[in-house]
Design a binder for this molecule. Structure first.
Ligand SMILES: Cc1cc2nc3c(=O)[nH]c(=O)nc-3n(C[C@H](O)[C@H](O)[C@H](O)COP(=O)(O)OP(=O)(O)OC[C@H]3O[C@@H](n4cnc5c(N)ncnc54)[C@H](O)[C@@H]3O)c2cc1C
Length: 327
């Protein structure tokens, strides 16, 4: 069965990598403190915004305040003010997340306005944390730069993909990451070389902070060859993954020398359903939202799946999906 440790993947309020502050879990921040934390933000803020619109699963309760900083300085100021007001921050790209039905207390920050991309010498590309991986991929292709083909079809942001050490069987983020620009828990902007980051399967251990941007080391390549690899991989995904239905990608990490999807199918859980949450008929390591799935349905379903696989094989699957928000 999936143990408590695995199910607590999101950590305190999901503060897996963002700045940590001392507000106890589940405490609803005072409106006055929230307003002080976001005062003067040049970007945008939406109080009580429903997060289901901002996740690929189309699931999730409200954020006390959903913030869209205008640029890295705006983000840094927001972090400083949130620290002063003792308001927790959670950063969201939204494609590897299950946000619980009661939502996320404190500030939820989207970097969707941090979208600059620029070329640097020696085939290095700098991009801000909110740039989508598909956009970055198109940029690399337009410059005939190779090295990012593995990311074809990963829908997240660059920031989230650094934190997750996102990857596929073709490669992963650690192979191209040169350095990261972080906004630390005090709001300071600092650059961290990749050599100071510890990577493992779908995980990068960074100094605490928000990934505001990253430098990627690519190589000069042949545009046609790059496009061929990318197209083939996108076709492969379309054939094997339920891309037309809302999901958050793979639910479980692949155990060593095996595939979680194969184990789930062998345990007879393909197509299993709780409410509108269903183990995909196309790829058993995906849970899809058939329409009105709640986070509680998805959690109940993945517990059932984990239990079935453990009973059948003795293997305890570990979550790749991050479950965040108020229990
Ligand atoms: C259809 C589909 C296919 C997918 N295929 C793959 C795949 O092949 N390989 C793969 O690795 N993933 C895959 N994913 C999952 C997901 O796209 C990746 O994990 C992605 O890297 C997550 O990026 P995100 O911006 O959505 O981050 P989120 O899912 O929002 O966040 C992930 C974690 O990173 C943190 N975080 C996000 N942004 C920042 C930031 N700027 N600074 C600090 N912390 C941050 C969050 O707080 C959270 O803890 C897939 C998802 C879908 C829906």
């Amino acid at each position: 069965m999936i143990g408590e440790v695995t199910m607590r993947e999101g950590g305190r309020q999901g503060l897996t990598s963002g700045p940590r502050v001392s507000v106890p879990d589940r405490k609803v921040p005072h409106v006055r403190d929230l307003r002080a934390a976001v005062a003067g933000l040049r970007g945008e803020v939406r109080f009580g915004a429903s997060l289901h619109e901002f996740t690929s699963f189309r699931i999730g309760g409200p954020a006390d305040a959903l913030c869209f900083p205008a640029d890295v300085e705006d983000l840094s100021r927001l972090v400083r003010q949130a620290k002063t007001e003792k308001i927790p921050i959670f950063v969201l790209g939204g494609t590897n997340l299950l946000v619980r039905d009661r939502g996320i207390r404190g500030l939820v920050v989207s970097l969707s306005k941090l979208t600059a991309v620029r070329d640097e010498p020696d085939s290095v590309v700098y991009a801000e944390g909110g740039v989508g991986m598909p956009t970055l991929m198109k940029h690399a292709i337009s410059r005939s730069l190779t090295g990012l083909e593995w990311a074809a079809g990963i829908p997240g942001t660059l920031g989230g993909s650094v934190v997750m050490n996102a990857g596929t069987r073709l490669g992963e983020m650690r192979q191209v990451l040169k350095a990261v620009r972080l906004v630390d828990p005090k709001g300071k902007i600092l650059d961290v070389p990749a050599s100071a980051i510890w990577f493992s399967y779908r995980r990068a251990k960074l100094p605490r902070g928000i990934v505001a941007g990253a430098w990627l080391q690519l190589r000069p390549g042949n545009r046609e060859q790059i496009e061929t690899v990318v197209k083939e991989y996108l076709h492969h995904r379309r054939d094997t993954q339920p891309l037309a239905q809302p999901s958050a990608g793979c639910v479980f990490k692949n155990p060593p020398n095996d595939a979680a999807g194969r184990l789930i199918e062998a345990a007879g859980m393909k197509g299993a359903r709780v409410g509108d949450a269903q183990v995909s008929e196309k790829h058993a390591n995906f849970v899809v939202n058939l329409g009105r799935a709640r986070a509680a349905d998805v959690i109940a379903l993945i517990k059932q799946v984990g239990r079935a696989v453990e009973e059948q094989t003795g293997i305890t699957l570990e979550l790749e999906l991050k479950i965040v928000g108020q229990p």
